[in-house]
Design a protein around this ligand. Structure first.
Ligand code: UDP
Length: 310
């Protein structure tokens, strides 16, 4: 098949390109390089089945494809809040453009949604039928509400135009190829620990997240795309929940760092707890993560060690 991966030079996108090429598909990787990096796909340039397209999905694109993974959107709060109007445009105009492409080519389209659709959740862990608790006017709304609209557009193109849609809600994901300046907690903590700098926790560190290693996540994406009679939404994430303070301590221990932990101000609208309920993914996709946080950090730290020393 010829498969389009938007955001293909990002963390998840680049690992997805690897996986699809290994399965023998042709891959068109589309990215505007706002947060993605050519370095993440450099090793694929010699592959005869791989093409890259510098493009921003807020503008239409017209190519012949059979599947579309729509991952294009900055995902780190630092970057998605840098130009919030562009962020929401990526999710409204961008998703509409991708759906129009899917409609014309009759491609199946998978939308990368997010645990952020649950906002600061009142239900814990979060199942797919929970509608969420999102502040529509806060600093995270450009992303949270953007992704919620993206899901609505997907469902409406599905119902109105019979576009073949898949929706996955991705929980915090990490791994090699995250940018050193990504701004999210796993990369920040590892880089700080490796440099011997203070690990800066926003607030008291009692807020929780559940971190999924990128290879597990990619396996879930491909499984969902190739699932014939289930369009989602489905949660994809690792259900092992830990506090940000625990993550900081673990990172210091695994990097054998002498860095200290310091506390700064809590971030605005920062969700207090987050953990995926993955019963649906287990049941329908027969999917669950296999790499726990310790193993995943061990796999990620050498990559960052190389980045900070080169
Ligand atoms: N966080 C932190 N220090 C950092 C970066 C993030 O304490 O250097 C906190 C952040 O406030 C949040 C959690 O770690 O509570 C996860 O943040 P991240 O930006 O990685 O992801 P998201 O909030 O989108 O889940």
């Amino acid at each position: 098949m010829r498969i389009l991966v938007t955001g293909g030079a990002g963390l998840i996108g680049s690992h997805l390109c690897d996986s699809l090429l290994a399965q023998g598909h042709e891959v068109v990787c589309l990215d505007n390089y706002f947060t993605g990096s050519k370095r993440n796909i450099f090793h694929l340039l010699d592959s005869k089945n791989f093409e890259i397209l510098r493009h921003d999905i807020i503008n239409p694109v017209d190519i012949e494809v059979e599947q579309i993974y729509n991952l294009a959107c900055p995902a780190s709060p630092v970057f998605y809040q840098f130009n919030p109007v562009r962020t929401i445009q990526a999710n409204v105009l961008g998703v509409t453009n991708m759906l129009e492409l899917a409609k014309r080519t009759r491609a199946r389209i998978l939308q990368a949604s997010t645990s952020e659709v649950y906002g600061d959740p009142r239900v814990h862990p979060q199942p797919e039928d929970y509608w969420g608790n999102v502040n529509p006017i806060g600093v995270r709304a450009c992303y949270d509400e953007g992704k919620r609209v993206a899901e609505t557009l997907m469902m409406d193109y599905g119902r109105q135009d019979r576009v073949d849609i898949r929706i996955v809600r991705i929980f915090n994901t990490y791994g090699p190829r995250m940018a050193v300046n990504d701004g999210r907690v796993v990369s920040n903590f590892i880089v700080q620990a490796l440099k011997g700098e203070d690990l800066r926790i926003n607030g008291n560190g009692m807020q929780t997240r559940s971190f999924c290693f990128v290879s597990d996540l990619v396996r879930g994406l491909v499984g969902m795309m190739n699932q014939d009679d289930f369009r989602g939404p489905v949660n994809l994430g690792n259900p092992r929940e830990l506090t940000i303070l625990d993550l900081a301590r673990k990172t210091i221990q695994l990097t054998e760092s002498s860095a200290s932990i310091v506390h700064g101000e809590a971030a605005s609208d920062d969700p207090v707890r987050r953990q995926p309920d993955i019963a649906l993914a287990r049941q329908i996709l027969r999917w669950e993560p296999t790499i726990d946080i310790d193993e995943g950090l061990e796999l990620t730290i050498p990559y960052f060690r190389q980045q900070v020393t080169s």
